[in-house]
Design a protein around this ligand. Structure first.
Ligand SMILES: *Cc1c(COP(=O)(O)O)cnc(C)c1O
Length: 416
């Protein structure tokens, strides 16, 4: 083997030693609570399809209609010729939806949330990255971490969801680097692997005090939080020109893509400067067309019913009885993680559940801090109460097997 391949193979072997090698399973069915995998039907608590819209017949039909009308692909980037009517309608719809919370709201449809986050952070750090500082929550999503790195700004990581610590860091930074006057605070609204909420009102107060942007990644809030499902800004009732909002459309919205909503001037700047937006082919117009249908469901009375059902499932799950060595991170959102601790143990638990017909992925470092490996259990409005009871029983049964067959009780440190 050549030396380059040898060194990659050695690195892969090291992942095996640490039980950090990841693999994929091939699903032969649509994204739904029942998945066909390896020739078996599994009950899935894996997806981010929180409202159960990914395989909703109305959304699928809209996708078909969009493809018949606008073809399979956009053919070019947005600034060349790939920007189609459904993209513009999607931007208008999201801007209108967020307009109670953002002054002079304008939308920008981006192909993925990952690209949207790169776009926002890199563009807000321009024109002078050396005079920019980004304050970033310790548990922010990888795309925000990468966006901050790409921006070439200074990055200050603050302790998770800790507005007090952030206040101190911002004060220190202002004294130490008086020339750095462009400030950005960035956070997930709902933390993707923990399910908890960022203290957005406190973060906004700080952003206003320091004249900073507040970038809110609402990937897991849109469709789930707020009476109308508009997400974290609606949930907290925030309204400020400091806020740059980003919502993804492949989770509760059930399709694919992302949208940034901010003050018209911010969006115009992104349009001119955000390279991950400019130098990439626009998503298929059919996806935007399908999103017009799914987002209308999200914000409708039916969407409210779906959110209410999600809340019912969550409270039913509160009764689950599990060993003290595993701890749940119960949340107000669809994400209900179970922290097990060590990689080997979480893999073993995921396998035991798989044997019982349940599909829940084990999440390990670097997605979560080492020593906090977990099952990321997610609920969807498409789950039934019966299915949540089945999950509860399967977990309790696995816990018995686990603790009978494992002499060593897993030890885990304090979370965070
Ligand atoms: C999923 C996710 C993203 C990325 O969105 P994609 O559209 O999947 O690229 C960004 N931020 C958070 C918090 C996410 O969970």
């Amino acid at each position: 083997m050549n030396p380059m391949l040898q060194s990659l193979q050695a690195a892969l072997n090291e992942l095996d030693v640490q039980q950090l090698r990841r693999s994929r399973r091939i699903a032969d069915s649509a994204c739904a609570t029942r998945a066909r995998v390896d020739g078996r039907e599994l009950l899935s608590f894996n997806s981010n399809d929180y409202l159960g819209l990914a395989s909703d017949p109305r959304v699928v039909e809209a996708l078909r209609e969009g493809a018949l009308r606008y073809g399979a692909g956009s053919g070019a980037s947005h600034l060349v010729s790939g920007h189609s009517r459904p993209h513009a309608q999607l931007e208008a719809l999201l801007a209108h939806w967020q307009s109670p919370y953002i002054e002079r709201a304008r939308g920008l449809a981006v192909s993925t949330g990952y690209m949207a986050n790169l776009a926002v952070l890199a563009a807000l750090a321009q024109p002078e990255p050396r005079h920019t500082v980004i304050f970033s929550d310790a548990l922010n999503h990888a795309s925000l971490i990468d966006g901050a790195r790409l921006s070439k700004a200074q990055v200050v990581v603050y302790p998770h969801a800790n507005a007090q610590a952030l206040a101190e860091l911002m004060a220190q930074h202002a004294t130490q680097y008086p020339q750095v006057t462009n400030r950005v605070v960035v956070t997930d609204s709902v933390f993707s692997m923990d399910g908890d909420l960022a203290p957005l009102p406190d973060l906004l107060a700080l952003s206003e005090r320091y004249g900073a942007w507040l970038v809110v990644d609402d990937a897991h809030g849109l469709g789930v939080l707020g009476v109308h499902g508009a997400g974290a800004l609606e949930h907290f009732g925030l309204c400020s020109p400091h806020v740059v909002w980003m919502g993804t459309l492949g989770k509760a919205a059930g399709v694919s893509g992302a949208c940034i909503v901010a003050h018209d001037t911010v969006v115009e700047w992104l349009l001119q400067k955000a390279r991950s937006y400019i130098y990439s082919t626009a998503s298929a117009p059919a996806l935007a067309h399908a999103l017009l249908t799914s987002l209308n469901i999200v914000s409708s009375a039916e969407g409210q019913q779906r959110r209410a059902h999600l809340a019912t499932l969550r409270s039913a799950f509160q009764g689950v009885r599990l060993p003290a060595a595993w701890y749940r991170l119960p949340s107000e959102t669809a994400i209900q993680p179970l922290v097990v601790g060590q990689n080997g143990q979480v893999l073993q638990l995921a396998r035991a559940l798989y044997e019982q017909g349940l599909w829940i992925s084990a999440i390990r470092a670097p997605t979560v801090p080492s020593g906090t490996a977990r099952l990321r259990i997610t609920f969807s409005a498409a789950h039934t109460l019966e299915e949540v009871k089945q999950l509860q029983q399967a977990l309790e049964k696995a816990a018995h097997q686990f603790f009978d067959s494992n002499v060593a009780v897993p030890t885990i440190g304090e979370h965070q």
